[in-house]
Design a protein around this ligand. Structure first.
Ligand SMILES: [Zn+2]
Length: 423
């Protein structure tokens, strides 16, 4: 009997203890307090309260130098939305402490704190050089100074171009203006705690019209089929002529362009090049950059593509020179471009040589301007012996015509990259 009673009391104790635990020890929780670590000029923070059923009062405040700024004092809510404007609230830049106090049963206080850092001054950015004008399909360069360490990017639509540090607080960026881009180019600087400065580049965007051509494939099947078979292998026999053409002109082309874009993003932080870029010797232009080619079969459109380079024809198997000094980052077969060499000139700039016969260089080679890197041919999707010459800025194809022009480089690129004018 005595034993039973003890057992009963023990059980009662457990229940009571559990209750005590539930009501007294089970603390309310505050999530997302971490968001108070860095306080910028204006910040919206939502604190989420958990397990707050027994909480009557919530106080949120920021303490600094013995003074406190009250952000909230009231009943608990699951989501507590707060807008913090440190400067308006009279807080100074520097360290502070954010405190959340939750009171339950009128006397039990749970306090959560986090160290805060206040900085409401966005980075100051000064543009030292920006080109007067840029052209869609073209390139540009900017030189800036920034007042503090910041994440920098130049936004041309949804493409973000990086900046390279060239001096104390001095940064440069080489950028491309995609052929279909309309709008403004925006420079963005974000400091380490998230204050952002955005400046529109003062450069005027001039629009250039690029040619469009319709190419009728009817009657050219035999010639084209040989090329398609080279690129598709066995598969070419299983597809109709139109499907095989579409596969090469769309799928393989896209893969090749994606590959070039990837390679193009991995440029060295080193200025290899000097002076204007060389054009294939004694050559004539067969096709220009930015051409839109609409392929038809019996008058009906079946496919289209853009031409991201210049086609330059000379004699058969003409020697191809490196257009400028740089490092070979690719030398191999590349689908529609055939045997291809890509040279990195540094700071995001590269040149591409397609439809080559053979290579005189390999990946990793450092080449000098004018050095023979290969010979022209018809490898890939080429119907006559020529060089496909392309230029790329951070993976985006650009019009080489600007880079062949000494005057353009002098007025648009060198003031950003080499303001002392030593080149
Ligand atoms: Zn071409």
């Amino acid at each position: 009997m005595r034993k039973k009673l003890l057992g009963f009391l023990g059980t009662l104790g457990l229940i009571a203890g559990g209750g005590f635990y539930l009501f007294v020890l089970s603390k309310p929780r505050v999530d997302n307090l971490e968001a108070f670590r860095n306080l910028t000029k204006k910040k919206e923070i939502t604190l989420r309260l958990e397990n707050f059923e027994k909480t009557e009062r919530v106080v949120v405040k920021i303490l600094q130098n013995g003074k406190g700024v009250l952000l909230y004092d009231g009943p608990p809510v699951r989501e507590l939305k707060l807008e913090i404007r440190p400067k308006k609230m009279g807080l100074k830049e520097g360290e502070a402490q954010t405190v959340v106090e939750l009171t339950r049963f009128f006397f039990i206080k749970d306090t959560y704190t986090v160290k805060s850092y206040i900085d409401y001054t966005p980075p100051r950015v000064d543009i030292l050089f920006a080109p007067y004008a840029v052209i869609n399909g073209g390139s540009g360069a900017v030189r800036i100074t920034v007042s503090e360490k910041a994440d920098l990017s130049l936004k041309v639509g949804n493409i973000h171009f990086p900046f390279y540090k060239v001096g104390n607080n001095v940064y440069v960026s080489l950028f491309a203006v995609p052929i279909n881009f309309r709008g403004s180019i925006v420079l963005e600087a974000k400091d380490r705690i998230g204050n952002v400065t955005r400046i529109e580049l003062p450069s005027v965007l001039k629009t250039r019209r690029y040619p469009r051509y319709r190419i009728e494939l009817k009657g050219k099947e035999k010639k084209v089929r040989i090329k398609l078979a080279n690129l598709l292998g066995e598969e070419a026999n299983e597809l109709s002529f139109i499907d095989a053409f579409k596969k090469v002109n769309e799928e393989i082309r896209r893969e090749n362009e994606e590959f070039i874009a990837e390679v193009g993003k991995k440029s060295e932080e080193k200025l290899y090049w000097k002076g204007k870029f060389l054009q294939l010797r004694n050559s004539k232009v067969v096709s220009v950059f930015g051409e839109k080619r609409i392929y038809t079969y019996e008058g009906e459109k079946i496919s289209e593509s853009y031409h991201w380079g210049y086609d330059l024809a000379s004699v058969r198997n003409a020697p191809v020179q490196a257009a400028n000094s740089g490092k070979v980052v690719y030398a191999g077969f590349l689908g529609i471009y055939g045997n291809t060499v890509i040279i990195d000139h540094g700071y995001g700039l590269m040149s591409l040589y397609g439809h080559l016969a053979e290579f005189k260089v390999k990946k990793g080679d450092v080449v000098k301007k004018g050095q023979i890197i290969g010979y022209t041919d018809t490898t890939g999707l080429a119907f006559g012996d020529h060089l496909h010459y392309g230029m790329i800025v951070h993976g985006v194809p650009v019009n080489p015509i600007e880079w062949w022009d000494k005057w353009w480089i002098k007025h648009n690129i060198l003031p950003a990259l080499q303001p002392s004018g030593t080149r």
